[in-house]
Ligand binder design. Structure first.
Ligand SMILES: Cc1cc2nc3c(=O)[nH]c(=O)nc-3n(C[C@H](O)[C@H](O)[C@H](O)COP(=O)(O)O)c2cc1C
Length: 239
């Protein structure tokens, strides 16, 4: 029998304690706590290390009021002292590839393979052409090739959306766990109007709100039901 370490026990307890909270106390989230949680979130894994996320902390009361309405005035955001939009960016890849290549160069460890990966392969994956036509073409060709040999085929605009949202959601998940470790709670939401959210936050092309997070300390009425987990056999399989 392998006993869990103390660190493992602490981690599992935090995972267990993190619940979606739908009513919050008015106590503010201290800036130091927020910063530590963001620092953890920004260390989440991301596809090709492209870190496509942005955490928009909504401080302006007027924007906050409109954001609550965009989230259909759900009880979470209505009562939470803080609301954060976690944004997935599809168009930051170029800047981030450059950053990675420059960093590797500065550290004196830039290899040819890395130059090819972030300098050549990433543009090949991310460039979509007008109306995503190039993306569709790349997708079709790669699908045919994959009939004969393994081939990367996350190449269309829709695939890029999946890729950026996947990584961004990992950042959001890490953030929520960090909040719980600090004694704070969250309510993740995809129940919002995406078009209005994009407009309200002034997001650029290729950016979308992945989810809103209402953040604060749970009130007594904040937890709406006991955890409900589908049978483990539906979720875990060995082959
Ligand atoms: C991507 C995502 C979107 C969600 N959207 C909403 C939402 O709009 N409103 C809400 O009250 N809860 C929302 N939830 C919370 C889920 O309902 C909740 O995670 C689920 O019921 C499991 O409960 P737990 O988080 O307490 O374990 C969302 C969760 C995720 C991960």
């Amino acid at each position: 029998m392998i006993e869990p370490t103390e660190a493992a026990n602490t981690f599992h307890a935090i995972v267990e304690e993190r619940r979606t909270i739908r009513a919050f106390l008015p106590d503010p989230v201290p800036q130091e706590v927020l910063d530590r949680c963001l620092d953890s979130a920004l260390r989440a894994a991301s596809s090709s290390n492209l870190q496509p996320w942005e955490f928009v902390i909504i401080k302006n009361p007027e924007i906050r009021k409109q954001a609550n309405a965009i989230c259909f005035n759900q009880r979470g955001p209505e009562t939470a002292p803080m609301l954060i939009a976690v944004v997935a960016h599809r168009e930051t890849w170029k800047r981030h590839c450059r950053f990675i290549l420059d960093t590797l160069k500065e550290r004196g460890i830039l290899r040819k393979s890395q130059e090819q990966y972030w300098g050549r392969l990433m543009p090949l994956i991310y460039i979509q052409g007008p109306f995503g036509i190039l993306g569709c073409l790349k997708k079709t060709i790669s699908r045919v090739v994959s009939l004969f040999r393994p081939m990367h085929n996350m190449l269309s605009l829709a695939d890029l959306r999946v890729m950026t949202h996947k990584s961004t959601a990992l950042g959001a998940a890490t953030f929520m766990l960090a909040l719980r470790a600090e004694g704070f709670d969250s309510c993740p939401m995809e129940g919002f109007d995406p078009w209005r959210a994009k407009k309200l936050l002034g997001l650029p092309r290729g950016a979308e709100v992945c989810m809103f997070l209402a953040v604060g300390k749970r009130s007594e009425t904040g937890l709406w039901w006991e955890r409900m987990l589908v049978p483990r056999a539906w979720a875990v399989r060995e082959i």
